[in-house]
Design a protein around this ligand. Structure first.
Ligand SMILES: *[C@@H]1O[C@H](CO)[C@@H](O)[C@H](O)[C@H]1NC(C)=O
Ligand SMILES: *[C@@H]1O[C@H](CO)[C@@H](O)[C@H](O)[C@H]1NC(C)=O
Ligand SMILES: *[C@@H]1O[C@H](CO)[C@@H](O)[C@H](O)[C@H]1NC(C)=O
Length: 301
């Protein structure tokens, strides 16, 4: 009896691959057009072949390797890391930038500020679909020119993430929040891993200037860690306002919060829902370092 079952399985396997699967493909063709490097547009952030620069990865939104050597005058990295959560991965980074680097980035951002917009999605290629809604987001933002300091920080962000292949650091933006400046709860990921094959896999939220009261970065769905060691970096005890849930990071110059937006399965982490609380007095400038991950087609399915 057992023998009969086993041998029928041996017949069923080739039957599936040779007959049933092709038949299913005929009956239910995939909605995704096959990717071809010949007709890849700027919208296709697909490094089908890392060596093939003809793929037109968009340098307006991604900090691509353009052959400019990276020279870090800052010396070896001296930041210190503290793991807040493993799933999703959330890591607090002390002194990710030196104060001199933070001051420099604020300085080079000054000529470039325009009001921040909201996107219908967080995909960098859709950044022309914008609206301004001051109830949801009130801040100014500035694209940073890729000077040697910016390139050094791009390289630090790549190294932090283990030089993950197919990961592109997006062009960096400074965000300036005046009194009452804020950004209501939102995700940085778009949920496009399965459809487009790419998504914003991680975020570094770096504080460049923190001369303010308020302006914390709140994650209501993260569990507040135990231990007073964290109270230097997150709101604890009486600092936590009535009704505020989860973890609120205090703005501290040079420090950063790193988190993973999308898991290995390509699904966005609900726990990364976060907000920039209103600045009550003073001014805050933040730096967003987003990483776009675009593996070869099919890897994230
Ligand atoms: C690219 O070209 C191939 C072959 O001509 C076609 O089948 C496919 O649909 C095209 N892909 C896109 C994204 O236009
Ligand atoms: C700020 O930038 C200006 C030029 O844009 C430069 O002259 C000045 O030294 C910079 N200051 C700092 C603190 O980096
Ligand atoms: C923030 O303040 C600066 C001047 O300090 C001003 O130019 C800018 O428009 C203000 N932005 C917002 C969103 O209020």
């Amino acid at each position: 009896m057992l023998n009969i079952n086993l041998s029928s399985i041996f017949y069923l396997i080739p039957l599936y691959f040779l007959v049933i699967a092709p038949l299913l493909r005929q009956l239910f063709p995939s909605n995704d057009p096959p990717f071809s490097p010949d007709n890849a547009s700027n919208d296709d952030y697909n490094d089908y072949n890392d060596e093939d620069t003809s793929l037109n990865l968009n340098p307006d939104v991604l900090s691509l390797d353009d052959g400019t050597p990276v020279t870090c005058t800052a010396g070896p990295d001296t930041y210190r890391v503290h793991i807040l959560s493993q799933a999703p991965l959330v890591i607090y980074i002390e002194d990710f930038l030196s104060h001199a680097e933070a001051d420099h980035l604020v300085n080079i951002s000054l000529p470039n500020y325009t009001p921040s917009t909201l996107y219908s999605s967080s995909q960098p290629q859709d950044q022309d679909v914008k609206t301004i809604d001051k109830t949801k987001r009130l801040s100014d933002r500035a694209l940073l020119p890729r000077d040697p300091t910016v390139r050094c920080i791009e390289s630090r962000a790549r190294s932090f993430q283990g030089w993950k292949p197919h990961l592109y650091i997006e062009r960096m933006w400074a965000q300036r929040y005046n009194v009452s400046g804020h950004y209501t709860h939102h995700y940085d990921w778009a949920g496009t891993a399965k459809g487009r094959g790419g998504d914003r896999i991680s975020t570094f939220m770096v504080y460049l200037k923190a001369e303010c009261v308020g302006g914390g970065t709140n994650f209501p769905r993260l569990r507040r860690p135990r231990g007073s060691g964290w109270c230097e970096f997150i709101e604890c005890g009486e600092e936590v306002k009535e009704g505020v849930e989860g973890v609120t990071f205090k703005p501290i110059k040079g420090n950063a919060v790193f988190w993973e937006n999308v898991g290995k399965d390509g699904v966005g982490w609900e726990e990364t829902w976060h907000a920039a609380f209103p600045v009550e007095s003073g001014e805050k400038v933040g730096l967003n370092i987003w990483s776009w991950y675009q593996p070869p087609r099919g890897r994230w399915r």
